[in-house]
Structures are given as structure tokens and as C-alpha cells.
Design a protein around this ligand. Structure first.
Ligand SMILES: O=C(CO)[C@H](O)[C@H](O)COP(=O)(O)O
Length: 232
């Protein structure tokens, strides 16, 4: 089974959690896009759902494939969000934001009763941090915010390059008009503490640590899909 087939397997398994009439948060990334494709087939077959997309990219795909969309203001309470992740640990803490949609992804997941993560085995880790941590920041005061992040990380014994994400010849800009700093802190033994410290920095709009948000992860490997629930 190649990487795409594994994403499809995870997306198929997630689809079995979708019921008629649900208000769905729809994630961003290549795995979430496989989910959108399968969802669109079910919608064409008569399934009634309303989706809130977590990015302009996901919105475009949904419109193209005929998945009915609403804004989060129209549907501020959602039943279920299905989204991908860059890393998943045994507590179902996540690193997200590889695709740059972390702010809307977190807002949408927070507005949902349940969040199901879909990913392949390569995303499962013992400790978060091999993937660079995306931190969405306001362009104003970028240098000061970067220093504040370095200091906050250092207080937790973490250090490493913090690089402004680029796109083509320029700076990557999120759907919300912010920049992303990708932080190579290495393994993060206390993700809760880092999340709290980052939340306290005014220039940080949001960060890619998703803690206590996912209730289930569907992980696809060569042998098929398995589910992970949070370990205490
Ligand atoms: O957080 C995300 C986007 O901001 C994605 O869910 C994450 O990057 C995983 O993407 P993919 O399924 O393409 O590996």
C-alpha cells in the first residue's frame, strides 16, 4: 500500500463516523483532501451534511466537488471535525500546521463536540517534536516575537532554529494574514508547558500544539487502519 492508499484507508474509516444531518468541521492537508473526495461521493449519493472548511484550500475543493459549506459564524457548533496531523502521540496530542492552516483548524476543532484525526503510521510518535513546530505570528513585531519565543523555549530547556516560513520567492501568508515561524526545538517532553508559554506571548496568534482536542485517531498502515484512543 503506498502513502496515498494509506491516507484513503484512514479517510474511509473516518467516513463511518459521519452521520446524516451532521455539522462537520473539514480539515486541511492531503489526508483531509482524501476525506473530502470520499465525503463528496457520499453527498452525491444523498448524505446530508453541512461542512465548515478549515482553509480556503479545503473550501475550494469542497465547492469543486459539491460538498455543501457554511461559515463557522453560520454554524458555530459542530458535531465532528475530521482533520489530518503532522504528529500524533499516545495521548492524542498533536502537532499540526504543516499546511499552514493551524489557526482555523484549532478554532474549528474547538467548536466541535468531537475531533477525529486521520493519518498514516509515519505520523505516530512517542514524543512530539521531530516535526518542526509551526507557530502562527502577527507580522507586526516579528523580531520581538521570535525573541520572546526563544526565551520561553529556553526556560523549558528547549532551543533550536526558528525559521520564517517561505512560499515561492516570498513569505508564506496564512489565510488569516499572518506569518508562520517553524521551530526546530527537537523533542518536546512537556508539550502542555510549551503550549501555555506560547499562549502567553502577545505576538503569537496560535501554535500547532493541539492538546486534549482529539478524541480518536485513525491510523492507516500497510495492514489497514487501526484506531488510537487517548492514554492517560
Ligand atoms: O495541519 C495540517 C495543515 O495545517 C495538516 O493536517 C497536516 O499538515 C497534515 O497534512 P497531510 O495530511 O498532508 O500530511
Amino acid at each position: 500500500m503506498d502513502a496515498r492508499e494509506m491516507k484513503i484507508k484512514a479517510a474511509e474509516a473516518a467516513l463511518s463516523h459521519v452521520e446524516d444531518g451532521m455539522r462537520l468541521g473539514i480539515g486541511t492537508g492531503s489526508t483531509a483532501e482524501e476525506f473530502v473526495r470520499l465525503l463528496a461521493e457520499r453527498v452525491a449519493g444523498g448524505l446530508k451534511v453541512e461542512g465548515v472548511p478549515t482553509s480556503e484550500r479545503t473550501a475550494r475543493l469542497c465547492v469543486e466537488l459539491g460538498v455543501p459549506l457554511k461559515s463557522l459564524d453560520e454554524l458555530p457548533e459542530l458535531d465532528l471535525t475530521i482533520d489530518g496531523a503532522d504528529e500524533v502521540d499516545g495521548r492524542l496530542s498533536l502537532i499540526k500546521g504543516g499546511g499552514g492552516a493551524l489557526l482555523r483548524e484549532k478554532i474549528v476543532a474547538s467548536a466541535s463536540t468531537r475531533m477525529i484525526v486521520i493519518a498514516d503510521e509515519s505520523k505516530v510518535v512517542e514524543t512530539l517534536g521531530a516535526f518542526k513546530l509551526p507557530i502562527e505570528v502577527n507580522p507586526f513585531g516579528l523580531a520581538a516575537t521570535r525573541i520572546a519565543i526563544e526565551k520561553a523555549a529556553a526556560r523549558l530547556g528547549l532551543s533550536g532554529a526558528i525559521v520564517l516560513r517561505a512560499s515561492g520567492d516570498g513569505t508564506f501568508m496564512t489565510d488569516g494574514g499572518h506569518y508562520i515561524l517553524d521551530a526546530s526545538f527537537g523533542l518536546i517532553p512537556d508539550a502542555d508547558a510549551l503550549a501555555s508559554s506560547l499562549n502567553d506571548i502577545p505576538g503569537v496568534v496560535e501554535h500547532g500544539l493541539f492538546i486534549n482536542m482529539a478524541s480518536l485517531a485513525i491510523i492507516a498502515g500497510p495492514a489497514g487502519a487501526r484506531t488510537l484512543t487517548a492514554k492517560e
